[in-house]
Design a protein around this ligand. Structure first.
Ligand code: C5P
Length: 222
C-alpha cells in the first residue's frame, strides 16, 4: 500500500512540529519541518547579508543565494538540517532567527527557491510535512490536510515553556509579541500567505493535549 502524503499547517506554536514528528513515528513516515528551512535561510542571511546598520539586506541575500547549501540529512530516521557542513538544529531556534524569519519568508524569491526542494522531498510519498502553505501551495494534492489553531494565550504559554526547557528565559509578553507579529506577517504577505486550505480539517487544540490532538488527526487517516 502506498504511504500517504500529509500536510499540516497552522499558526505558530500550535504544536505542528512535535505532533507531526510523533505521527511520523507511528505511521512510519518521514517528517519534514519546512519552518526549519525558512529559519535556515534566515540564519544564513544573518551571517552573510547584513547592511551597515546590522539589518538584513534582501538584495544581498538574493545575490548570495547560489552559495547557500541548505539540506536535510536523514540521521537515525530523522531529518537533521545542515548549512554546508554545520548541523544547525540549535542555532535556527535562537530569538534572533525567530525575530527575522517572517520577514525573510515573505520574500517571493525565498519562497520560489524553497518550493521545488519541498515538492521533491514529498514526491515519493510517505511524508508528513508541516508549515504554513503546505496544503495550499506546496502540496495541494496531499492525501490529508489539517490546519491547527489555538488561542494566543495558550500558544504563548506553550512556547514560553518550550523556550524555558531550552534554557531561554524570555518574559511571556515578549514571547506573545513574537508569535502575534509572525502570524500577522505570515497571514498578510502576498506570496502564499498562511491560510487554511478549503479541503483541510480545522483542529483547534486550545483545550486538547498533544496526545488528544494526535489521536484526532489519526482518526481521519485510513
Ligand atoms: O514553523 P516555524 O514556526 O518554525 O516557522 C518559522 C517561520 O517560517 C514562520 O513564522 C513563517 O514565517 C515561515 N514559514 C513559512 N512557510 C512555511 C513554514 C514556515 O512562511 N511553510
Amino acid at each position: 500500500k502506498k504511504k500517504p502524503v500529509i500536510a499540516i499547517d497552522g499558526y505558530s506554536s500550535t504544536g505542528k512540529s512535535s505532533i507531526s514528528k510523533e505521527i511520523a513515528r507511528r505511521l512510519g513516515l518521514v517528517h519534514i519541518d519546512t519552518g526549519a528551512l525558512y529559519r535556515g535561510i534566515t540564519l544564513f542571511a544573518l551571517r552573510c547579508a547584513l547592511d551597515q546598520s546590522g539589518k538584513i539586506d534582501c538584495s544581498m541575500l538574493e545575490k548570495h543565494l547560489p552559495e547557500l547549501e541548505l539540506k536535510f540529512h536523514l540521521e537515525h530516521g530523522e531529518l537533521v538540517l545542515y548549512l554546508a557542513k554545520e548541523n544547525i538544529t540549535e542555532p535556527i531556534r535562537s530569538q534572533q532567527v525567530s525575530e527575522n524569519v517572517s520577514f525573510i519568508a515573505k520574500q517571493s524569491f525565498v519562497r520560489d527557491y524553497l518550493l521545488e526542494y519541498q515538492r521533491e522531498m514529498a514526491k515519493k510519498g510517505g511524508v508528513i510535512m508541516d508549515g504554513r502553505d503546505i496544503g495550499t501551495t506546496v502540496l495541494p494534492e496531499a492525501d490529508y490536510k489539517f490546519f491547527l489553531s489555538a488561542s494566543v494565550q495558550e500558544r504563548s504559554r506553550r512556547r514560553h515553556l518550550e523556550l524555558q526547557s531550552m534554557g531561554i528565559d524570555l518574559p511571556l509578553e515578549e514571547v506573545e509579541r513574537n508569535l502575534t507579529s509572525r502570524d500577522a506577517i505570515d497571514s498578510s504577505r502576498e506570496a502564499s500567505p498562511l491560510r487554511q486550505a478549503p479541503d483541510a480539517v480545522l483542529i483547534d487544540n486550545t483545550k486538547l493535549t498533544k496526545e488528544e490532538t494526535i489521536e484526532k488527526i489519526l482518526s481521519f487517516i485510513s
